[in-house]
Design a protein around this ligand. Structure first.
Ligand code: ARG
Length: 477
């Protein structure tokens, strides 16, 4: 059965229509259910637009002030939850304009020299600038947790892994600082993204600007689309300005990459908290039990971090597919650009918070760590380096140590328990001191170039991070 048609033609664009959209069409086409979260940005944009219209003489000062105070009242209503959103008015822009027209006669002039196409592009750029600062503030907290934890674990050593096989010893601090590097890059990506978003599209109109004497630079300054010197930054092509969705894709991409980082960290911690590794225990609050197996303590927070990264990648994919092959300029398809972006922001913020708390509440098990790191095979490469110091070419040294490993395996003893005579049967360059290689602390002290896990170097990195974090001020309000 077909649904009833709405009786009145749509107020804002309905001039040429005899009938309004059907209820089914409204249900299909409305976006206010999700784009209402743009309201604060839409209202800022409208206030700035009204100031500009007055500045160029298209509104009187009295009309401007009436519009601005009307918009302020509407924003208060929205914030207090009293505003009634109406899906028959399609989107956030028309809901707000409609509410304003009921209060302020001059509201009928607000849409002068403006289209919803440049309006929504402006709203989204304001939204993106805000989103970037929220994410940066959250990442700063996560980095702080990592650096604090690294400081506390400078002397806890574990095997580092390649191919998930024990490779070489590292400190937990060095491992955690690797995560800090990843999230530090995410931070920088959102910073660069915010710069890209900092250009004002308002004044591009629907596609080709306007014949009215507007002042784009004025409105850009009003909205804070300015460079470091305070100069306005406006989009240089009206067609691109309303068609462009690059920022959406960049944002979803930065979130997806951040998600890849969560999932890699999560996977490490899932392994660490398994009985097999036992390096760490997750706090009860971030784990769950099994409805059947009473002994279980499952790392659900970490698993969900891994799972949510799939969703973040999905959002990116949605946006790439949405924009691919779209003709210039605005097409209604583009209304679908918002849900993935909103979801990417909300999911990423939540993941950062969960990861921060999970890390902060995690307990390390130093005995299990030291047991694992006492495996002398972790120092097989150091043994090759020992031979290199004694003049053996690295390839030969590598081969000789491989043979020593095989010998130990055959003799069913740890490599460090072989006698000097035994190892000398493999290479004559092994000397009395060959055994010192297995001193773990010595092995760490030998790794003090930039980027290595030597204790001094790790301390240098922790101090560098503390300094960097101290300098970052992000205003996420
Ligand atoms: N709600 C619309 C969107 O987000 C606003 C722009 C509508 N423009 C139009 N020409 N119908 O895409």
């Amino acid at each position: 059965m077909s649904e009833k048609k709405t009786k009145t033609a749509q107020a804002t664009w309905g001039g040429r229509f005899n009938e309004g959209p059907s209820a089914l069409m409204l249900r299909f086409s409305e976006s206010v259910s999700f784009d209402k979260r743009l309201a604060p940005f839409d209202i800022s944009g409208s206030k700035a637009h009204a100031r500009m219209l007055a500045h160029v003489g298209l509104l009187t000062v009295r009309e401007r002030d009436a519009i601005i105070s009307g918009l302020d009242i509407i924003l208060r209503e929205i914030n207090s939850g009293k505003f009634v959103w109406d899906t028959t008015l399609e989107d956030v822009h028309m809901n707000i304009e409609h509410a304003l027209r009921k209060r302020v006669p001059a509201a009928a002039k607000l849409h002068t020299a403006r289209s919803r196409n440049d309006q929504v592009a402006t709203d989204m750029r304001l939204f993106f600038k805000h989103a970037a600062t929220q994410l940066q503030a959250a990442l700063k907290k996560l980095l702080y947790v990592l650096v604090t934890l690294a400081d506390a674990t400078r002397h806890v050593c574990i095997p580092g892994y390649t191919h998930l096989q024990r490779a070489q010893p590292v400190s937990v601090a060095h491992h955690l600082l690797a995560y800090a590097e990843m999230f530090g890059r995410d931070f920088a990506r959102f910073e660069a993204f915010a710069c890209n978003a900092n250009v004002c599209p308002l004044g591009s109109g629907a596609i080709a600007g306007t014949t009215l004497p507007i002042d784009r630079e004025f409105v850009a300054v009003e909205l804070g689309f300015v460079d470091a010197k305070g100069h306005p930054q406006v989009t240089p092509n009206s067609m691109d300005a309303v068609a462009d969705r690059d920022l959406f894709i960049e944002f979803a991409s930065a979130c997806a990459l951040c998600g890849v980082h969560f999932s890699r960290v999560a996977e490490d911690l899932i392994l660490w908290s398994s009985a097999e590794f036992g390096f760490a225990t997750m706090a009860d609050n971030f784990t769950t039990g099994s409805s059947l197996m009473p002994q279980k303590k499952n790392p659900d927070a970490l698993e969900l971090l891994r799972g949510k990264s799939a969703r973040l990648q999905g959002n990116l994919h949605t946006l790439l597919t949405l924009t691919k092959g779209l003709p210039l300029t605005y097409n209604r398809d583009l209304q679908e650009d918002k849900p993935p972006v909103f979801d990417s922001l909300d999911t990423t913020l939540l993941c950062i918070e969960i990861l921060s708390e999970t890390l902060a509440s995690m307990k390390l098990n130093p005995e299990r760590c030291s047991q694992a790191v006492s495996d002398p095979l972790l120092l097989a490469t150091d043994l090759a380096d020992y031979l290199v110091r004694r003049g053996v070419p690295f390839r030969d040294a590598h081969h000789a140590v491989g043979a020593v490993v095989a010998l130990a395996e055959k003799a069913k003893k740890p490599i460090s328990q072989l006698s000097l005579e035994e190892v000398r049967t493999i290479h004559i360059a092994f000397g009395e001191d060959w055994h010192k290689v297995f001193d773990l602390q010595r092995a760490f002290r030998a790794r003090e170039c930039t980027g290595m896990p030597g204790p001094k170097q790790v301390l240098v990195q922790i101090r560098k991070w503390r300094k960097t974090l101290g300098k970052i001020s992000v205003n996420s309000q």
